[in-house]
Design a protein around this ligand. Sequence first.
Ligand code: NAI
Ligand code: 15L
Length: 274
Amino acid sequence: MAAPRTVLLTGAAGGVGTLMRELLPAYGYELRLLDVAPVPDAPQALTADLSDRAALREAVAGTDAILHLAGISLEAPFEEILEANITGTYNLYEAAREAGVRRVVFASSNHAVGYTPWPRPEQGLIPIDTPRRPDTFYGLSKCFGEDLAQLYWDRHGIETVSIRIGSCFPKPFNVRMLAVWMSPEDGARLFHAALSAPDVGHTVVYGSSANTRLVWDLAPARALGYEPEDDSERFAAELVAAEGEFDAESNPDHAYLGGGFVTDPPLWANRHAR
Ligand code: NAI
Ligand code: 15L
């Protein structure tokens, strides 16, 4: 596959979308933007819902690849997740199939495997083929997205890299995130690798920086050519001072990979809305 140039960025108004609008053009991409919300300072962006199939057909026409970030990014009632994340992702793949788009990068999430117990040091890193254990309807929708990607590769030859993103924000904001944080710059490196690596079929990877406290295997991401340069450890002293050390034995928020999504997803959703 020739390196993609024109990339449809869905979810362009969101947190990661805003960061990638700034960072990805330096890799040579021309971004076409789509979001149900207006994208600030981007009058050319398409304002459309993932339920609008005609708008998706227009959005994908002439693009080389899709970076699919749009959707509900926290826990929500099942009907809302169904419409935005499940049916919406299906609609987008159908538009890609009809238009002949050959590569998708799908923003999956650690919450597809959120019920994985936090590994003790002697257990080693969580492998990419660990059984899926979604922690929420949100995590379940990411499992669906990964399976949809597999189907569209096997049946239609559309390649996807599904990235189980940890926490992609300018800074980690709790001690759990010290393990799973992906700096925006490493996020751009990983999205670029996922967009440009040859012959990915459907590949699932974890997405984070090379954190000192890493709990999962970054080898599948590195195999795409991803070379992370950041480590969350520079934020550790401040976060540990505020919150205490990470404690998988006695803090229920630290018992599973999915953190607070496992213990209290509605509370997490509210607390996290920012
Ligand atoms: P966000 O909530 O800030 O942005 C999502 C964007 O999608 C919003 O701008 C929203 O308007 C748009 N959107 C929602 N429903 C839509 C629909 N039906 N049609 C069109 N647009 C719609 O989320 P964030 O943090 O930017 O995450 C981006 C993607 O990465 C999401 O799919 C999320 O699940 C995934 N992800 C993010 C992580 C993170 O740490 N930020 C971690 C793991 C996964
Ligand atoms: C996610 O999937 C969410 O979209 C994001 O907002 C973070 O909460 C992240 O996971 C996380 O686990 O920290």
